[in-house]
Write a protein that binds this ligand. Structure first.
Ligand SMILES: Cc1cc2nc3c(=O)[nH]c(=O)nc-3n(C[C@H](O)[C@H](O)[C@H](O)COP(=O)(O)OP(=O)(O)OC[C@H]3O[C@@H](n4cnc5c(N)ncnc54)[C@H](O)[C@@H]3O)c2cc1C
Length: 440
């Protein structure tokens, strides 16, 4: 089958690999000059199938209100919100109710566990080296945080996820460089979680997909020349590396540019991250997909002995610190509203603060890469994988805070659905129909 994939983030690249493996003639279209240039570029890199949780969780609305005016806060709302963001917020509030949260979380855990299995299979087969490390330590600064994670620990017990509750001394044995001056009440250690450089993995997997025959067309932003046929793509090419975000075709235009070629495919798979909503809108589908922003710092190590061995999560600030080879990455912030190209100073400062609290000697403070990414988030936190309701168009979108942890599994089940094969896991909770969308 002749298949087009829109978007070469981690979700698009894994999809290309699995579809090419199944023998399809795959072409990936990406508006940037390389893979993983947007949300898959510099995120935390953590794969924590047990600890995975939707953003919509009981207690989150109160947390947001409590932290509204704090300087160092894990969640922010950038006012004013657009009409679409307000609708998203309303749907998100409903998904915060306990029964919805419980079922969404169990769907995510199921897919994440499967995805890790697929990831390990790929890594073993191709012997990838992508700065991976084992283990994930959740730091609890006070009794308040310890009590707050109790329901999560209960969930881990029920789902059979291996973890250990550690006192501060034992946590410092797992991560010996943790600063002794910062009060630590206790920690949760998840030895089977892991971290790795998602972008590096995407670059390696792209090469494997190419060996299987997949083509990558970079500097090409696609859209639909007609709202009637999703199999027909218009290819708007940029000069190499000259992408101007303002020039991106985000809306359906009834006046195709004269020079843009149009190509027909048997199947089109949409993996365009936050860009997916605008593309679908041009086909008459209103997907409630919001950009939920986050930030990261990436710095070279100053002294490896003073750096984390693997992944750390500061539960109070919801900031992660990850060892990625010779670098350390600090990531966090959950922000609805605001703009992709405007970094909020306070959010960046929180990352520096948490790094300083736990690993003050780890990083070189010159040439720190400060990054802002947009998580493609649906209100209930689960992605949509499979049918779009339109002939010839499949979706692999909305992986929110967990795209790296879910990508390999999502790609495999997508390929199985296209082949009309039974999927290895139950796909309940990943269908578009759960969102009860109105179409134009
Ligand atoms: C601060 C932060 C920390 C995070 N930490 C983690 C973590 O520890 N673990 C985890 O699992 N996840 C994490 N995430 C989430 C993860 O980054 C995302 O879920 C994931 O990167 C989404 O991948 P994607 O391929 O769907 O989107 P993207 O990586 O954004 O890829 C979409 C691609 O589509 C392209 N595109 C869009 N429109 C078009 C068009 N019209 N034509 C051509 N190309 C187009 C874009 O250019 C882009 O390259 C984090 C996110 C943030 C912001």
């Amino acid at each position: 089958m002749k298949v087009a994939i829109i978007g070469a983030g981690i979700v698009g690249v894994t999809s290309a690999y699995e579809l090419a493996r199944d023998g399809h003639a795959v072409t990936v279209f990406e508006r940037h000059s390389a893979v993983a240039e947007e949300c898959s570029f510099a995120h935390a890199g953590i794969i924590a199938p047990g600890y995975i949780t939707p953003l919509a969780a009981p207690g989150m609305p109160t947390k947001i209100l409590q932290h509204l005016f704090s300087h160092h806060t894990p969640v922010r709302i950038g006012l004013p919100l657009s009409g679409a963001e307000l609708t998203w917020l309303w749907q998100w509030l409903r998904a915060c109710k306990l029964p919805a949260y419980q079922s969404n979380r169990s769907h995510l855990v199921r897919l994440a566990a499967y995805s890790r299995e697929r990831l390990h299979g790929i890594v073993k087969q191709h012997e990838f080296d992508y700065e991976r490390s084992d283990g994930h330590l959740v730091l609890l600064r006070s009794d308040k945080e310890r009590k707050a994670v109790a329901p999560s620990l209960q969930f881990l017990r029920e789902t059979g996820v291996l973890f250990k509750e550690l006192d501060a001394a034992a946590a410092r044995v797992v991560e010996p460089a943790l600063c002794a001056d910062t009060p630590l009440q206790s920690a949760i250690h998840l030895p089977h979680d892991e971290a790795g450089n998602c972008r590096q993995f995407a670059l390696l997997l792209r090469a494997e997909a190419q060996k299987l025959g997949a083509k990558f067309e970079f500097d090409t932003a696609v859209d639909w020349p007609t709202a009637q046929n999703p199999r027909l793509l218009r290819l708007n090419r940029f000069a190499h590396g000259m992408l101007q975000p303002a020039a991106l075709p985000t809306q359906h235009s009834s006046t195709p540019s004269a020079s843009a070629p149009i190509e027909q495919f048997d199947t089109v798979v949409l993996c365009a991250g936050v860009g997916s909503a605008a593309l679908l809108q041009s086909l008459g589908v209103q997907l409630p997909l919001a950009a939920v922003y986050g930030y990261s710092l990436s710095a070279n190590l100053r002294e490896p002995m003073d750096a984390p061995r693997s992944a750390i999560m500061d539960e109070r600030y919801q900031v992660t610190i990850t060892r990625l080879g010779h670098r350390v990455r600090v990531a966090g912030g959950t922000e609805l509203g605001g703009r992709a190209n405007q970094k909020r100073k306070a959010s960046i400062q929180t990352l520096y603060k948490v790094l300083q609290d736990w690993f003050p000697g780890a990083a070189q403070h010159s040439n720190v890469q400060e990054w802002k990414g947009a998580r493609p988030a649906l209100p209930d936190g689960s992605p949509i994988i499979g049918e779009s309701g339109l002939p010839g168009l499949l979706l692999n979108v909305g992986h929110g805070s967990n795209g790296w942890a879910l990508a390999c599994g999502s790609a495999r089940v997508l390929a199985d659905s296209l082949a009309k094969r039974a999927t290895d896991i139950d796909m309940q909770g990943f269908d578009l129909s759960r969102l009860k969308l109105k179409t134009a």
